[in-house]
Design a protein around this ligand. Structure first.
Ligand SMILES: CC(C)(COP(=O)(O)OP(=O)(O)OC[C@H]1O[C@@H](n2cnc3c(N)ncnc32)[C@H](O)[C@@H]1OP(=O)(O)O)[C@@H](O)C(=O)NCCC(=O)NCCS
Length: 379
């Protein structure tokens, strides 16, 4: 047992859970998900296979995958109260993460008494894309597009955002993205979900809490600003001066650096490959080349700015490139991260349920202990 009075700010280095879901090695630049090195599975598995694998510790066979897809299809459509709430939210012009958090809180409606964890997990996973797409369309004055039972999870997401069936290349690109971000050790939102489940609370409550943690700009918010930075540069000839100006003004270059990875983030490589394949097949190669040129300049000026710190490209930089190429608006980059990460959050909910141990750390009291009561009239 650790010494109770040792305070570790940010819990850095504290091991607070055991997991079979993912291993993050920040020094080697390696990410293992469910026993697979990320680069061996992210661009091959469908998102449904990836989730099944994390929830069941093995890949599904053909029948199991078919049944899983069928169950999700039945739970994809939103209940009337959720739709009503989203319509009300649209009139208030809420941030998309606030809309997602509010609507997800209603997804426990109609939960059966038996087997609640399984039902809620499938309901949450299935309905996340529907909520984001509906919130986005309603906030832009468009009618909601109902899910198509013939389409898979990723294809449905793109379909419900745009109202037309997406190309295979776009679906593959999105699946690789969702698989890449599905789990990443005991990050803040995953920890939040596990703490909530550890109190024997329900999965909907855990996921609402996780969304709240993900919303913070220190966790899930960099790809939008990374893309804005590239747009601001516009032409590679301006990259050096724009980036140097930002650094001189004390700004950080979005999409570079990482708390855990001290070498290149392995997710950046997987997404770089996916972006390359997608842009070559179906994208604007001029924009793709600009982003890669900006990256080269950014790495050079960052090395001069912080020599030896090895500030490298992180997952968010290539997220911006890939999601923009897939046609997703920046306003739903963070909720799209949640559409992928919810598969991992729920896997952790199952794992924490099985661990059946209340998470209850200690605090170190640093206040006074000898104060005297003073009546209201004397204060
Ligand atoms: C992700 C991030 C918060 C990690 O931070 P960290 O590992 O704790 O690194 P630190 O904040 O201790 O930074 C070390 C030094 O490098 C600098 N630095 C780190 N990332 C930088 C960046 N992207 N641009 C410019 N300088 C950066 C810091 O200012 C710090 O300088 P200092 O020692 O003079 O204070 C940080 O790299 C960052 O803000 N990146 C930009 C935002 C981003 O892309 N976030 C998505 C992460 S997946």
């Amino acid at each position: 047992m650790s010494t109770p009075n040792t305070y570790v700010p940010g819990l850095e280095g504290i091991v607070a859970a055991q997991t079979k879901l993912s291993k993050v090695d920040g020094l080697a630049g390696e990410l293992v998900i469910g026993g697979f090195k990320l680069e061996t599975i992210a661009n091959k598995a469908s998102f449904e296979e990836m989730v099944y694998m994390l929830w069941n510790e093995r890949l599904p066979n053909e029948k199991e995958l078919k049944d899983f897809r069928k169950s999700l299809a039945k739970l994809r459509e939103l209940p009337e109260p959720t739709l009503k709430l989203l319509k009300a939210i649209a009139t208030k012009k809420l941030n998309m993460m606030d809309a997602l958090r509010s609507a997800v809180g209603t997804l426990g409606l109609n939960a059966p008494k038996e087997n609640q964890d399984q039902w809620m997990a499938q309901r949450l996973l299935a309905a996340f894309p529907t909520v984001v797409a509906a919130a986005w369309r309603l906030s832009h004055g468009k009618r909601v597009v109902a899910p198509d039972p013939k389409l898979g999870h990723a294809a449905n997401y793109l379909y419900m955002i745009e109202g037309k069936a997406p190309s295979d290349a776009r679906v593959r690109g999105l699946e690789t993205y969702l698989n890449t971000v599905i789990d990443h050790g005991l990050n803040a939102s995953t920890f939040t979900a596990r703490v909530i489940v550890s109190t024997a609370s329900d999965f909907v409550s855990a996921i609402v809490g996780a969304i709240g943690a993900l919303k913070g700009p220190l966790h899930g918010g960099a790809p939008g600003p990374a893309l804005d930075m590239v747009f601001e540069i516009g032409d590679v000839s301006k990259a050096e001066s724009v980036l140097r100006k930002k650094l001189a003004a004390g700004e950080r270059l979005m999409g570079f650096g990482h708390r855990i990875y001290k070498v290149r983030d392995p997710r950046a490589d997987v997404l770089a490959q996916a972006a390359h394949e997608f842009y070559e097949a179906d994208g604007d190669m001029k924009f793709y080349d600009l982003v890669l040129d900006v990256e080269k300049v950014a790495l050079r000026v960052l090395e001069e700015h912080k020599p030896g710190r090895n500030l490298q490209t992180n997952v968010e930089f290539y997220t911006a490139l890939l999601l923009h190429g897939l046609g997703l608006p920046t306003g739903i980059f963070s909720p799209t991260f949640a559409v992928g990460r919810v598969g991992g959050w729920l896997a952790h909910c199952f794992e924490q349920r099985a661990a059946a141990r209340l998470i209850r750390p200690q605090s170190q009291y640093i206040g006074e202990t000898e104060k005297h009561w003073m009546s209201l009239a004397d204060r």
